[in-house]
Every structure is written in structure tokens, then in C-alpha cells.
Write a protein that binds this ligand. Structure first.
Ligand code: HEM
Ligand code: HEM
Length: 237
């Protein structure tokens, strides 16, 4: 396998090996946290240990980094491929420096979001992290599938990542008010559906992307009429 194809597998592999199991664990603790709270409210004492809330929060912190990191890896691959293919470094080195700085700034904003205590700064760094992802997503090379946005791996993925960043930004509010707890639960049930969408659209995209040595043949196919050149037919000039 060529190095370019191998690098293309990094993002799906991290998703399958690390991020999806983490989602399962976070959701399991979320379910128990809710059950424990409701049982304590209705039937007195719950048998579920109090530590489940803390575990959910700690692994939730990890999940936000994991999803943002995975999104950055998913974006870095097509953006990097486009830079190399178009030889952008020679033609528009300002653009390349801007893209590199955006990756650094997005990661730095996320790190600062973990450190920030005041609501204002949490809002600022959450917005900057989200904006970083969106700006990187707008770069050339990213397969956005805007015409069919409702099953685009890009749009679903960015929305899920933004919801994780939002969860991290409102952590303190979840403890303080019941309304925020409900908002968090509803939004992250949506996030869960989006993660399932990522599993579906990601595996579909993997099936559609050809290996490097096949690209020049496969991309000659007529995608609208779903036909390809017959073997031994001379390629169009
Ligand atoms: C798919 C992802 C997630 C789902 C489905 C989810 C769902 C939930 C649910 C159902 C609860 C319990 C609400 C109740 O008591 O009724 C909860 C609590 C909480 N969640 Fe999440 N959550 C997710 C991710 C996150 C993330 C990423 C963070 C933080 C970065 C987070 C932070 C919290 C906190 C701090 C609580 C309160 C815990 C406690 O009461 O001790 N959650 N979440
Ligand atoms: C939390 C889950 C995931 C998130 C947030 C996520 C996010 C992203 C983003 C933002 C991109 C770049 C935009 C694009 O090219 O579509 C991307 C690309 C991609 N992802 Fe995911 N992804 C996730 C899970 C998966 C899974 C489970 C698979 C497959 C098993 C997968 C396979 C791919 C593929 C094949 C690409 C295309 C790379 C290219 O453009 O050549 N992703 N992902």
C-alpha cells in the first residue's frame, strides 16, 4: 500500500479503535448518571454508585479532545493532499502558512478552553475552537458534498464536533442549573445520532475513495450515468 493511502486510513482507524469505544463508555456513564439522579428523586436511595457522574464528566473531557482531534486529522488529509497536488507551497505560500497557523490556533484555543474558568473566556475559546474547525473545513480539497449536505460526512462531523465543544464550554452550568442539564441531554442525544451518521457516511466514503494507483482510471468514470470505460477502450484525450 502506498504511503498516501496508508495516511488516508489514519482517520478512520483512530475513529474505530479509539473514538467510538469512548463514545460508548461516555454514553453508558451518562445513562447511569441520569438513572441515579431519577432513582434518588423518586425511590429514595439508588444502588448506582455516585462516581458515575464524575466518570462521565472526565471521559466527556477526553471525548471532546478526541472528536476535535479526529476532525482535525480528517481535515488535514484532504487539505494536505491538495497542497501537494497543486504545489501550493510554490504558488501561494501565504495560504499554506495560514492553514498551518489555523491548525495551531484551533488546538491552542481548545487547550485554553480547558483552562478557562470564567464564562466569558469559556465562550470566547469555545467560539474560537469551533471557528477554527469551520475555517479549515472551508479549505480546498475537503470533500464537503454540499449538494447533499444531509448525508455529508463533513457537515455531520463538524456539527458533532461543535456539540462536543459546546458541552465542554457549559460543564459548570450543567451542575448549577437543571435547565442546562436538560439542554445538555437533548443536544447530546442529537450528537449521538450524528455519531451514528458518521459511522454510516464514513464507511460509505471509504468504499467510494479509490486507491492512489486506481485514481486515474476510476475518475474517468461517468458518475452521473454510472458508467466506466470498457477494458481496452482508449482513454479520451
Ligand atoms: C454523546 C455524548 C454525551 C451524552 C449522550 C451525554 C448525556 C448526558 C446525560 C444523559 C447526563 C445526565 C443528565 C441528568 O442527570 O438527567 C449528562 C450529565 C453530564 N454531562 Fe454529559 N453527555 C455527553 C457528553 C458530555 C461531554 C462531552 C461532557 C463534557 C465535556 C459532558 C458533561 C456532563 C456533565 C458535567 C454532566 C453532569 C454530571 C453529574 O451530574 O455529575 N457530557 N450527560
Ligand atoms: C466521530 C466520528 C467522526 C468525525 C467527527 C469525522 C469527521 C471527519 C471530517 C471533518 C472529515 C473531513 C471532511 C471530509 O472529507 O468528509 C472526515 C473525512 C473522512 N472520514 Fe471521518 N469522521 C468520523 C468518523 C469516521 C469513520 C467511523 C470513518 C470510517 C470508518 C470515517 C471515514 C472518513 C473518510 C474515508 C474521510 C475522507 C478523507 C478524504 O477526504 O479523503 N470517518 N471525517
Amino acid at each position: 500500500m502506498e504511503i498516501a493511502d496508508f495516511l488516508g486510513l489514519l482517520h478512520p482507524a483512530i475513529a474505530v479503535i479509539f473514538v467510538f469505544p469512548l463514545i460508548g463508555t461516555v454514553v453508558n456513564f451518562a445513562w447511569q448518571t441520569r438513572q441515579r439522579r431519577l432513582q434518588n428523586l423518586n425511590a429514595g436511595k439508588s444502588k448506582i454508585p455516585p462516581v458515575v457522574g464524575k466518570e462521565h464528566k472526565q471521559l466527556g473531557d477526553w471525548l471532546t479532545s478526541a472528536v476535535v482531534g479526529l476532525t482535525l486529522v480528517g481535515l488535514a488529509y484532504p487539505i494536505g493532499k491538495n497542497i501537494i497536488k497543486q504545489e501550493l507551497w510554490n504558488k501561494a505560500n501565504f495560504q499554506v502558512i495560514f492553514i498551518l497557523l489555523m491548525f495551531v490556533a484551533t488546538i491552542a484555543s481548545l487547550v485554553l478552553l480547558y483552562q478557562a474558568k470564567q464564562p466569558l473566556w469559556r465562550g470566547v475559546f469555545a467560539t474560537l475552537t469551533g471557528a477554527g474547525l469551520v475555517i479549515l473545513g472551508c479549505q480546498d480539497g475537503v470533500y464537503r458534498l454540499t449538494s447533499e449536505w444531509y448525508w455529508s460526512h463533513y457537515y455531520i462531523g463538524i456539527t458533532a464536533a461543535l456539540l462536543m465543544i459546546f458541552s465542554l464550554a457549559i460543564v459548570q452550568d450543567i451542575y448549577k442549573s437543571h435547565r442546562w442539564r436538560i439542554i445538555h441531554t437533548i443536544l447530546n442525544c442529537v450528537a449521538l445520532l450524528l455519531f451514528i451518521g458518521q459511522g454510516l457516511t464514513g464507511t460509505r466514503d471509504l468504499l467510494q475513495i479509490p486507491l492512489s494507483w486506481q485514481e486515474s482510471y476510476v475518475y474517468q468514470c461517468d458518475y452521473v450515468n454510472k458508467t466506466c470505460l470498457k477494458p481496452n477502450t482508449p482513454a479520451p484525450k
